[in-house]
Design a protein around this ligand. Structure first.
Ligand code: MN
Length: 462
């Protein structure tokens, strides 16, 4: 049968999960290779699996995959010439590129476990799955990988079923959830919510409520307002200290007080006078200190480090407090991002069609920041959330036009889930170019003439 479920089938999903767990236990492997994604969710998955394998006294190696090369090239660098079904591969959060992976796996003797929450890249038949592959992906049973289940949530469920004591490492799961969902904890749904509540009951994480200024929860209220990236506050984000200090002075609130120590009445006063509403729940990792206590900020730090220095990302998740190096990276990132979001929110669309907004930001925002600026302007709905955002400009090295393409959740709900990846596919079909992505985010490089056609006829591709 073809899996293209629109209604959720929890029973079937849990059956797949249990089957994979049984196989993983019964086959008593001698060596395991685990491969995970280079982001906060992926690093959390990796550490959950590593803890599991350690508890099982299994030998293992691990690798990080950033999806920049094909699976074939990547795995050729890892596969051993001695193949045996006593060796297992566990892939977590690295995508479900079954079209590429099935032919590779079919020709191997090792046993593969794919734990993933990204959509499968084509309409596959379950009878196509090779016997040495156990594929667990809740999106084929109608779940949404962004809303319902993070990679770390799925990995947590798998690991806990193998060894219940793995729950002690559940704080790792919360980092994955915070990094992928980008939501206050009271907005979690489905498996993310179930697992989070279970961890709260076990006192492995703490849930607090207060003013949500993600990116800066560990800061003073002054810096919180200035450097919050979720929500990005139009009136304060990237503004001068003086403007924010005088606002807080006028409310008789000490600008230096810790954001998380504000009283209920102070929070209400700030929200009322500034005209925004961002009260909600956030997660605290009780055994960590400073910035690392805050699940969202911890996850964001991992995401930043994954791009700058992957080994720093892998080591910081094991540390109790942040290093000076990482702290520097973090502040630089957050300052740049809030400045870029300010720049962008001051601009009017440079070209607009019925369904698209084009922002040409060359010279205003550095190219290395285009992607993140586009992402956070979409999640903050800085542009009409019913349109698709194309942000970018000419890139010197490649001599092409580089575009980051984003849409909002709101957009997907109103356009039958036809998201960015599908738009990119139809652009490539007619105009060429290189690129790809997911429902909410993606990117493409186009020639100048193609870009001009795209601007004129954007609505046809959307
Ligand atoms: Mn993920």
């Amino acid at each position: 049968m073809i899996y293209m479920a629109n209604t959720q089938n929890k029973t079937k999903f849990l059956e797949d999960l249990s089957n994979a767990v049984d196989q993983f236990i019964d086959r008593s492997f001698t060596h395991v290779i685990t491969i995970s994604h280079n982001d906060a969710d992926g690093i959390s998955c990796l550490h959950i699996i590593q803890n599991l394998l350690y508890k099982m006294h299994l030998n293992y190696d691990y690798f990080i995959y950033n999806r920049s090369v094909s699976w074939e090239n990547y795995l050729n660098g890892i596969f051993s010439s001695r193949q045996t079904d006593k060796n297992a591969f566990i892939f977590t959060d690295v995508g479900s590129n079954l079209k590429e992976l099935i032919p590779i796996i079919k020709n191997r003797k090792e046993i593969f476990f794919i734990l993933d929450h990204h959509e499968v890249d084509y309409d596959f038949h379950t009878d196509e799955l090779p016997e040495n592959l156990f594929f667990i992906n809740p999106t084929i049973y109608g779940y949404d990988g962004l809303e319902h289940i993070a990679g770390a949530t799925l990995t947590h469920m798998f690991a806990k079923q193998v060894k219940p004591s793995i729950i002690k490492h559940g704080w790792l799961t919360v980092i994955g959830i915070a990094g992928d969902s980008l939501k206050p904890m009271d907005k979690l749904q489905s498996f993310n919510r179930e697992v989070y509540e279970e961890l709260l009951e076990e006192d492995l994480v703490e849930d607090k409520e207060g003013l949500i200024l993600f990116g800066s929860m560990h800061e003073s209220i002054k810096n919180g307002l200035k450097y919050s990236i979720l929500p990005f506050l139009n009136q304060f984000g990237g503004e001068s200290d003086q403007k924010i200090t005088s606002f807080l002075d006028s409310l008789h609130i000490n600008p230096k007080s810790n954001l998380i120590d504000l009283s209920q009445s102070e929070i209400e006063l700030i929200q009322e006078k500034a005209g925004f509403n961002s009260f909600g729940h956030f997660a605290i990792l009780p055994h960590k200190l400073g910035l690392l206590r805050f699940a969202f900020e911890h996850a964001l730090l991992l995401n930043i480090l994954c791009f700058k220095n992957i080994s720093a990302a892998l080591s910081i998740i094991q540390l109790k407090s942040i290093t000076r190096y990482a702290k520097g990276m973090y502040s630089e990132y957050i300052q740049n991002l809030s400045r870029n979001l300010r720049t962008l929110s001051n601009e009017i669309p440079h070209h607009e069609t019925e369904k698209a907004i084009f922002m040409e930001v060359k010279g205003k925002i550095p190219p290395s920041s285009w992607s993140d600026t586009a992402s956070f302007s979409a999640v903050n709905e800085l542009f009409n959330p019913r349109k698709v955002l194309f942000l970018g400009g000419p890139e010197k090295i490649s001599g092409t036009i580089k575009l980051s393409i984003r849409c909002s959740r709101n957009y997907l709900d109103n356009n039958k889930n036809r998201g960015v990846n599908k738009i990119i596919t139809s652009i490539k079909k007619e105009l060429g170019g290189v690129g790809g992505g997911h429902k909410l985010a993606g990117g493409i490089r186009l020639s100048n003439p193609s870009y001009n056609i795209l601007k004129k006829r954007a609505d046809e591709f959307i």
